[in-house]
Design a protein around this ligand. Structure first.
Ligand code: SF4
Length: 324
């Protein structure tokens, strides 16, 4: 029988609503090891809202959406940042805090949006639309950010677009985010054809079925969902905005049209809210596990590096966003 440390036992109290007791012994040993390694190596773990609860609530020091992680990465004072998220997030942390060692536990943790556009694509868009500013979602490689005027996240995209005071902007790579922002502004938006493989799967029919099966349910959608989905939701916003919505409005029953772990992570802090959980997993986010976070700290892997010429230009695009 596995003997649980007092720390692991108290952490389990926090997540018992979303992690069955039978699964916990598989996590507790790695959790104890990771907590010790963080102290030994002066490391912090940044975890995205889509990470599983045993990472998000039990070993992470800083949690949030892409925007929050970018802002907080700048202020990290530890020697090592472990990014429990996908590769572009680790690159963004490295851009904003270049003196730190940034580790990603699995180099294969990519993103369908980041993979949908290259630096060459951005250069070609500039040739096609001379003088039109380029707004790039943070879900892109550093090389793509380097070709951009400014970055945005789903949490600040409208403010970023309007900050440019231009009649039209190129916004890439997420077609649906671009269209959802276009519906809220007079700025003409030229979109790209990239999609998030998690959010593009939701349909208006899904929401209709959820409302029939769960009368009175409040539906919150991420702006990477198709505009027809956002149109029939009760609220649309970034993962941070969805989490705030639940905290402020405390709906009796809610469904988050986004990656599955998000509901588990928000549910931990809102036991009074009933979460309906249709599941769309992000296979890239799920490449990060306690086991490979532990290995990352034990073996100093995988170190994130960025070509310095690319990094300087990409950093400017991210810093312009943070100044908005
Ligand atoms: S959820 Fe979508 S946008 Fe986020 S990492 Fe996965 S594929 Fe990329």
């Amino acid at each position: 029988m596995t003997v649980m440390s007092p720390i692991a036992a108290s952490l389990y109290d926090r997540v018992r609503r979303v992690i069955p007791a039978i699964e916990w012994p598989a996590f507790s040993d790695d959790i104890d090891a990771i907590l010790a390694l963080k102290r030994e190596r002066n490391a912090v773990i940044l975890a995205h809202n889509y990470q599983t609860p045993e990472i998000f609530h039990c070993v992470a020091d800083i949690v949030g959406d892409s925007l929050a992680l970018a802002r907080k990465a700048m202020a990290v004072d530890a020697d090592i940042i472990v990014l429990a998220g996908v590769h572009f997030m680790a690159e963004t942390a490295k851009l904003l805090n270049p003196g730190k060692t940034v580790l990603i536990p699995d180099m294969r943790a990519g993103c369908s949006l980041a993979d949908s556009v290259t630096a060459e694509d951005v250069r070609l868009m500039r040739l096609r639309y001379p003088g039109v500013p380029v707004v790039t979602y943070v879900n892109t490689s550093a090389a793509v950010k380097a070709e951009s005027d400014i970055c945005c996240t789903s949490g600040n995209a409208l403010a970023v677009v309007e900050s440019l005071c231009a009649p039209r902007v190129i916004m890439l790579p997420d077609e649906y985010l671009a269209k959802n922002i276009a519906a809220q502004t007079k700025v003409e938006i030229i979109a790209w054809k990239g999609h998030c493989e998690v959010h593009e799967r939701f349909t208006p029919a899904d929401i209709h079925e959820l409302r029939e099966a769960h009368p009175g349910v409040t539906v919150l959608a991420h702006p990477e969902c198709p505009p027809e989905v956002v149109a029939v939701a009760d609220f649309a916003g970034s993962t941070a905005a969805m989490s705030d919505y639940v905290g402020r409005h405390k709906p009796t029953r809610v469904v988050l049209m986004t990656e599955c772990s998000m509901s588990d992570n928000v549910a931990v802090d809102h036991p009074e809210v009933d979460f309906v959980r249709p599941c769309n997993l992000c296979p890239h986010m799920k490449r990060i596990t306690l086991a490979n976070i532990r290995a990352a700290l034990e073996e100093n892997r995988h170190v994130v590096t960025i070509d310095p010429h690319v990094a300087d230009r990409a950093r400017q695009a991210v810093e312009r966003m943070l100044a908005v």
